[in-house]
Design a binder for this molecule. Sequence first.
Ligand code: MG
Length: 305
Amino acid sequence: MTINRRNFLAGASLAGACAITASHTQAEEANATKDILKADKPAKLNLSSQLGVIPGRDLAEKLAKMEKWGFDGVELGGDVVGNEKKYLDAVAKTKLKISAICWGSHNGDIVSDVVEKRQPAIDDLKRVLETAGEVKSTGVIYVPAFNGQTKLANREIRKILLDVMPAIGEHAVKCGSRVLFEPLNRNEAFFLRQLADAASICRDCKSDGVCMMGDFYHMHIEETSDLGAFISAGKYLHHVHLASRARNLPGQDERSFRDGFQGLKYIGFQDFCSLECGVKGDREAEIPKAVRFLREQWKNFFRTP
Ligand code: MG
């Protein structure tokens, strides 16, 4: 076989480029691995739930049931803004803590193709971050856009986020909380579907106030491995949503949580795993059953490091 000079030079320069890329990648990989393994405390299963899942006539009754059933935290909605004292006073009567605040997408305005819509939404996100700090919440759950909420394409949305989120993240740090990107499945959002994708945006924003979460329901559709997904999220992961395959209570269908829980153990997860799901049957009986199921799944491993 003859190799002409042009092909040879092209091959040589490609080899050189690969060598540089490889050493760069190795250094990055070493750092990433160190970050993941820096977990100095064993992971904990702190169980939380959105209030809508819990039966009860009022907030006090719901929180009392959650405490009795062994929950550690409660996830609030965006209505906590302006009602901070009401929630703080109610939670103070229990041993529960406030986990995340589920805020949503603000109609996709921050990444809207209509530029004028962006700043008011940024201001509102900053406002809910102030509330999050005040009630000592782990973070504000943020979805950049549900399907149909922006005409922009994937790369354009990512660029906007990289432009605006570092400053929002610094505001979050000052408030004592953080933004939590939530990846969704393709039926709900074409942008941000896998945990590794969210983690790479967090990495590029370079702010401790820009973090992320994972939702077992969406992960079942989008991820090939719960374990791999949580390890990819690593230090950026600060909240988890729990639901079965059909988005009911954990334990109400065949969805296993053990692989994902193994991933949370790898990264030394210290935050909350929170119910966001429907319930088949009597909530008074089924929710305590789900709590027992999850604590059992946390204990049982089928894979070891
Ligand atoms: Mg969710």
